[in-house]
Design a protein around this ligand. Structure first.
Ligand SMILES: CC(C)(COP(=O)(O)OP(=O)(O)OC[C@H]1O[C@@H](n2cnc3c(N)ncnc32)[C@H](O)[C@@H]1OP(=O)(O)O)[C@@H](O)C(=O)NCCC(=O)NCCS
Length: 162
């Protein structure tokens, strides 16, 4: 197995991780929603990350065997609201996102809720495969794009998780 594609550990976010995480965020979201200029939103994301950390959100970073930051997650342990999981496109399909979701479930073992853009089929498929179900629809206030509200519950009947 290529060590540069293999998870080594998941660590709490530290300020020193900021440049790598911001680059990763711009790269993966630009590939996911190419119509949006994520490079222009770099500053917004830095502020978002700092505010989330200061508000007590849990931010975790996944590192490969070669020490690269391959992905991160942001979740509010008080509410179970998952701001996002983001994995650099080089690591898509390598199990890094699943490991981060596992960490999110460790932090919020009862229930997790999130909003995902409807035109992000990769993310929707990922969350559905991992037991999330649709509980509503909405609109992203920044982009104006249609969203789905998804929820995972530890107590959800197995039939609904399919
Ligand atoms: C969403 C994300 C974390 C998922 O991680 P990942 O490693 O890419 O996920 P996986 O490869 O395990 O699963 C993706 C699934 O989508 C499927 N998929 C890919 N493109 C698809 C498409 N256009 N339509 C439908 N399904 C699609 C894949 O086949 C895979 O499903 P399968 O394994 O059952 O075949 C990652 O893609 C990412 O960081 N994306 C950018 C940021 C983002 O969208 N974050 C989520 C917002 S909350």
């Amino acid at each position: 197995m290529d060590p540069s594609l293999t998870l080594r550990e998941i660590l709490p976010f530290g300020t020193g991780h900021m440049p790598e995480i911001v680059d990763l965020w711009v790269e993966t979201w630009s590939k996911t929603l190419p119509a949006i200029d994520f490079e222009a939103r770099r500053g917004w994301f830095v502020d978002h990350l700092v505010a989330a950390r200061d508000d007590g959100q849990a931010i975790r970073v996944a590192f490969t065997q070669t020490g690269d930051a391959a992905g991160f997650l942001m979740i509010d342990p008080a509410t179970g609201y998952l701001d996002q999981i983001a994995v650099g496109s080089r690591w898509w399909g390598k199990g890094i996102a699943e490991a981060l979701l596992e960490e999110a479930r460790r932090l919020c073992p009862d229930r997790i809720e999130l909003d995902v853009n409807q035109d992000n089929p990769r993310a929707v498929a990922f969350y559905r495969r991992n037991g999330f179900v649709e509980i509503g629809e909405g609109v992203n206030p920044r982009s104006g794009l249609a969203t789905l509200k998804l929820e995972w519950r530890a107590s959800m009947p197995a039939a609904l998780k399919a």
